[in-house]
Design a binder for this molecule. Structure first.
Ligand SMILES: C[S@@+](CC[C@H](N)C(=O)[O-])C[C@H]1O[C@@H](n2cnc3c(N)ncnc32)[C@H](O)[C@@H]1O
Length: 288
């Protein structure tokens, strides 16, 4: 559950103009569209938790589904109703102003869509919301659980050298990057190391801890770690592939820089919980 002071933090409260920025993120929107078209069958009942402008509910309703779109921010509830009314789809969408931590649909659903995802599962409440939903749902309706979009996630961490020099002003602060794109101010010193994987239908982690090893492949000055979250939106076993979407990468500066050599192993340790604020992630790096 969110605490009162968190309600005003970005991630819990997302201003309307930022929703249009998210709509403009073509990789995000097109991957969700593809996954929803794959998973939602005609006549399906769908719950969209954290519906925002209603875009993901719209994709489901276009598949002839009946959708409950749950949004807590009254401004977004109003906007979603208005925007959905301007679009055409053969299904039905009901926009409900409610808290995803406590809402349950009036009948069992086939699919739950939930996009409250932030890199490293920080800031937004994706994991606590789905964990609470599963408990309430099973108590009220019994099994089976619906399908989840996304179905799973993979977390990785990568050693990098990051330029924190801005026109001569040195400001090492966490920064976000477009995923899977060339970054000309970031030098990759080693490959990403996977530190956590989970499926939403299974038991979800209460912590995003790690105490593990990374390998350096290129000598340089290690001054940051890059956190990567790959969201598996839908698994297509017959086609042997999945529909994926990477959250924005997050580069976290280290308290102390380390000169590293190719072949060196380093120990990385961090300890935070899903939904924690960004500053809860304070990774430490030690020579092995
Ligand atoms: C990352 S946005 C995604 C919006 C939309 N689904 C999309 O894909 O564009 C997350 C949305 O979840 C809403 N939200 C956050 N916590 C919520 C809660 N506890 N109950 C209902 N909505 C919530 C936010 O207001 C925001 O609109």
């Amino acid at each position: 559950m969110t605490k009162p002071h968190e309600e005003l933090e970005l991630g819990q409260f997302i201003p309307l103009h930022y929703h249009f920025h998210m709509l403009n993120d073509n990789a995000r929107v097109s991957s969700f569209k593809m996954a929803i078209e794959h998973v939602v069958r005609p006549g399906a009942r769908v719950l969209d938790l954290g519906g925002g402008t209603g875009v993901l509910s719209f994709f489901a309703a276009r598949q002839h589904a009946r959708v409950w779109c749950v949004e807590r921010n009254p401004q977004l509830v109003h906007e979603a109703r208005k925007i959905l009314a301007r679009n055409h789809y053969p299904g039905e969408v009901e926009v409900i102003e409610a808290d995803a931590f406590s809402y349950l649909p009036p009948e069992p659903v086939d699919v739950v869509i939930c996009e409250m995802v932030h890199v490293a599962m920080l800031r937004e409440k994706q994991i606590p919301v789905i964990h609470a939903f599963k408990q309430r749902y099973l108590e009220k309706f019994g099994g089976p659980l619906p399908l989840f979009v996304p179905e799973a996630f993979i977390h990785a961490v990568q050693p990098v050298h990051q330029s924190f020099n801005f026109e001569g002003y040195y400001a090492p602060a966490p920064l976000f990057q477009e995923p899977c794109a060339t970054q000309n101010r970031t030098w990759e010193l080693g490959p990403p190391a996977i530190y956590q994987t989970a499926c939403y239908a299974e038991t979800l982690p209460a912590h995003c801890n790690w105490d593990g090893e990374i390998t350096i492949e290129r000598a340089g000055t290690l001054n940051a770690l890059r956190f990567i979250t790959k969201n598996i939106l839908a698994i297509l076993p017959q086609q042997g592939r999945s529909i994926d979407w990477h959250s924005q990468y997050m580069v976290v500066p280290l308290e102390e820089v380390i000169e590293v050599e190719a072949g060196q192993k380093l120990r990385v340790r961090f300890n935070c919980a899903p939904g924690d604020p960004l500053d809860a992630l304070r990774p430490e790096v030690f020579a092995c």
